[in-house]
Ligand binder design. Structure first.
Ligand code: UDP
Ligand code: LCN
Length: 800
């Protein structure tokens, strides 16, 4: 939408009475802030009343419809307007004078601060964080539809520049090719060959040598002869591949274009060793699922490692380089680790040749090892020391520098920023779930949450990590830039204020080409459709039968009265945001759904004594209350968390009974259970807030539900079960739709190929553009030292 201020002012002037009434209606609510939905509610009611038709369809109405927030205190009415994805403008209207102005982001945030802290406060001079003046090394994307495809835009733009600077560009490309070594062996080009003209000649010579041989002859047959003209191994494992690679270089040295460049870089051996950081939670391969802070991120990383190792090894083999890639997942060593392996320093990762988990402890200021698990919200005082110790351990373990450092979640991303900067390697961050958007106004009212959540540290760490990364991987588009109606998770870091701490006026730009969507998948060895009967884990069926139906099974609650009914299944950690208690309530209230299906929950613990997590304990107690209140024991079964192999067969076991999966979260960043259930052929209902909005095509491969309208969602599920009872093929259509959707869009194979492409291309451009952003680095260091570190330190001081 175009925002035309002059037209808006003209409309306001011509309709002063109606506009005043509308503003007045909002003022009398006596709320300092109105969210988009609240603003829409007020607008709708006003429009339905007398005088409302003057506003309906007007330019003011259009502006209100794209406003994300209003901040108000009579006579001032401020609006945060989002005319299109990732673009923001700020307006204010004075209800006495009816004067309308555009204000800067800084003024808008200052007004918000004054509403939180009282008049006068907003006039003080807080730290304003602004990344805009540093200039951008890479061009910004122009179109919202390009967001999340940064690498393509970047590659196109920079290849153009390389072409424009022909001889110098070619020269740098040649230098780049002579940088590659592996295990002390020179690869690609002899470092003595640093003139583009000489390389052009040599390529011609090399192609002539190769022309006498068959395509599938091994490269080793010509290795000595090629070395004589300056070419080292790495061009291909066969004569045919080496020829193709040399021809691509020949084309690039003549006229670089983005496609040829991407194809050529895919052939250059650049990534051998990868470090993946994930400090918090219990990181291990078994007995950890369902423990606090231990969920999808662990599953994601373990699957990612297997896929990446396979991909890197396959590439190196095609490139003719004999090297076993090393991937290290670096996490926290927890001495008091219960029945997990989190107290072991090293653990090999199953399904890989050489990948391993390396555990490094958290230490106190005096160097003692912290023995117990620590919530992800309390890790901040330990991360710096952890990172420095991890860096030493990584170098000792790999016996070389990694080529890529990948951070996960806010703490891992900060550690990756610290280690990656010190080692000067390509850095990638993966948020998994940014806490900022999970809690309403978590920035503005940060002080209320500080004792429990320490967002002052977390959001600052996020800003530092995002701005340090060479590239950012997200699972979905909406994670970056939301939808036309709602802002994205990353977008929420663009401008916000934490009164008394800092005011961010340009924290991150979603049009930055660093952002790339690379969606995860579900391990095909574990998650496959229910109808692949040969692969089914039938040995587990008696156990699953007992989980669902056995009376009095210890640690469970509920005994299903109608065991033949289809099962509505949900499985998640028992966090508040997962909303399993909300689901129990919708189910309890909806007699049609209760008649049509039984509810089966796999979540946390049934016995609150077994949990050490406050939020989980509160949810356990609430679940019991709801089961009592709605007398759910005959229609609902609740069992504690299970491991993922059991979980996978459960999806299929429920599919055998023509059931469905429901993911009712208030917000879900991605939602691995959603793709797992779908690819197992279990029709899936999932929240419309977050990743599932993109994963599922409503009505084709599953259904979206709105967790804020539980009754409506329960009706939708009841409709589905009733329809399937009379029309069984409806179940099969949705089930197959889910399988097809995941297979076409969410696979680890595609993930690994794409991630390695990104690592190569960003690594290449980092070198080619000589991207030493010294000013930004210094600014980030200052933010770290002057703001993050004291806030982190304060956590320890406040708990002493
Ligand atoms: N999971 C599991 N057992 C449980 C609960 C969950 O194995 O009792 C697994 C589930 O199969 C999925 C992951 O934990 O692989 C949860 O990931 P998701 O992205 O759905 O949510 P997160 O926990 O990361 O918020
Ligand atoms: C964290 C979450 O909350 C989930 O939505 C994701 O699926 C998971 O991480 C893996 O990225």
């Amino acid at each position: 939408m175009m925002l035309d201020l002059a037209a808006l002012q003209t409309f306001v002037d011509a309709n002063r009475a109606s506009v005043y009434q509308l503003l007045h209606r909002c003022f009398v609510l006596e709320k300092p802030f109105l969210l988009r939905s609240e603003l829409a509610g007020e607008r709708n009611e006003f429009i339905a009343g007398p005088g409302g038709d003057t506003i309906a369809g007007s330019t003011l109405d259009a502006t209100l419809s794209v406003s994300q927030e209003a901040a108000l205190q009579a006579p001032w009415f401020y609006l945060a307007v989002r005319p299109s994805i990732g673009r923001w403008r700020y307006l204010r209207i004075n209800a006495e004078t009816m004067q309308l102005d555009e204000v800067s982001v800084s003024q808008y945030l200052r007004f918000k601060e004054s509403l939180v802290d009282g008049p006068g406060f907003g006039d003080s001079w807080p730290l304003e964080i602004d990344f805009d003046p540093f200039g951008h090394p890479f061009p910004r994307l122009k179109e919202a539809r390009s967001i999340g495809r940064g690498v393509e835009v970047l590659n196109r733009h920079l290849s153009g520049k390389l072409l424009a600077d022909a001889e110098n560009g070619a020269h740098r490309l040649v230098r780049f090719l002579s940088l590659h070594t592996c295990d002390g062996q020179q690869l690609m080009l002899d470092p003595g060959m640093n003139e583009a003209q000489a390389v052009r000649r040599a390529v011609r010579g090399a192609l002539e040598i190769l022309s006498n041989l068959a395509n599938d002859d091994p490269f080793t047959a010509v290795a000595t002869e090629l070395r004589g003209v300056g070419f080292e191994p790495g061009w291909g494992n066969t004569v045919g591949r080496a020829r193709e690679s040399l021809e691509l270089l020949q084309d690039l040295l003549q006229a670089p274009d983005p496609d040829t460049l991407a194809k050529f870089l895919a052939r250059v051996p650049m990534v051998f060793n990868v470090v993946i950081l994930s400090p918090h939670g219990y990181f291990a391969q078994s007995n950890v699922m369902g423990l606090p802070d231990t969920g999808g991120q662990i599953v994601y990383i373990l699957d990612q490692v297997r896929a990446l190792e396979y991909e890197i090894r396959a590439r190196l083999s095609e490139q003719g380089v004999k090297y076993e890639p090393q991937i290290l997942v670096v996490t926290r060593l927890i001495p008091e680790a219960g029945n997990t392996t989190c107290n072991e320093q090293l653990e090999s990762i199953s399904g890989t040749e050489k990948a391993r988990i390396l555990r490094v402890p958290f230490r106190t200021e005096t160097g003692e090892i912290v023995p117990e698990w620590i919530s992800r919200f309390d890790v901040w005082p330990y991360i710096e020391r952890f990172s420095l110790e991890a860096e030493r351990e990584i170098l000792a373990e790999l016996r070389t520098r990694p080529d890529l450092v990948v951070g996960n979640y806010s703490d891992g991303n900060l550690a990756a920023a610290i280690i990656g900067e010190r080692l000067r390697v390509t850095k990638c961050t993966i948020a998994h779930a940014l806490e900022k958007t999970k809690y309403l106004m978590s920035d503005l009212y940060w002080r209320d949450n500080e004792p429990q959540y320490h967002f002052s540290c977390q959001f600052t760490a996020d800003l530092i990590a995002m701005n340090t990364a060479d590239f950012v991987i997200t699972s979905t588009y909406q994670e970056i830039a939301g939808t036309s109606e709602s802002a994205g998770q990353y977008e929420s870091y663009h401008a916000y204020t934490m009164p008394g701490l800092h005011r961010v006026v340009d924290g991150i730009d979603v049009y930055d080409p660093r952002f790339n969507i690379v969606s995860p998948g579900a391990d095909p060895e574990i998650y496959f459709p229910y109808y692949e009967t040969d692969r089914r884990l039938t040995g587990l069926h008696p156990e699953l039968e007992a989980k669902l139906f056995e009376a009095g099974l210890p640690g469970t609650r509920g005994q299903l009265r109608g065991p033949d009914k289809p099962v509505l299944f949900s499985m998640a950690r028992l966090d508040r945001v997962k909303n399993l208690t909300g689901l129990a309530e919708w189910f309890g209230r909806n007699s049609r759904l209760r008649r049509a299906a039984n509810l089966f929950l796999v979540a946390g613990f049934v016995d609150s004594e077994a949990s050490s997590d406050d939020e989980e304990i509160a949810e356990i107690n609430r679940m019991h209350e709801l089961m009592d209140r709605y007398e759910l024991d005959g229609d609902m079964r609740w069992v504690p968390h299970v491991d993922r192999v059991v979980g996978s067969e459960l999806y299929r076991f429920v599919a055998d009974r023509r059931g469905a999966f429901i993911q009712p979260a208030l917000f879900e960043a991605f939602g691995l259970t959603v793709v797992e259930a779908m690819v197992c052929g279990l029709p899936t209902f999932a929240t419309c807030f977050g990743g599932p909005l993109e994963i599922i095509e409503h009505g084709l491969s599953g259904f979206h539900i709105d967790p804020n309208h539980g009754d409506r969602s329960a009706d939708l599920m009841a409709d589905f079960f009733e329809r399937c009872a009379s029309e069984p093929e409806h179940w099969t259509t949705i089930s197959q739709g889910g399988v097809d959707r995941v297979n076409s869009r969410y696979t680890w194979k595609a993930y690994a190929e794409r991630m390695m492409t990104l690592a190569r291309i960003y690594g290449f451009w980092k070198y080619m553009t000589n991207l030493e952003q010294a000013e930004t680095r210094r600014y980030l260091e200052m933010l770290y030292a002057l703001q993050f570190r004291p806030q982190a330190q304060a956590i320890l001081e406040n708990t002493d």
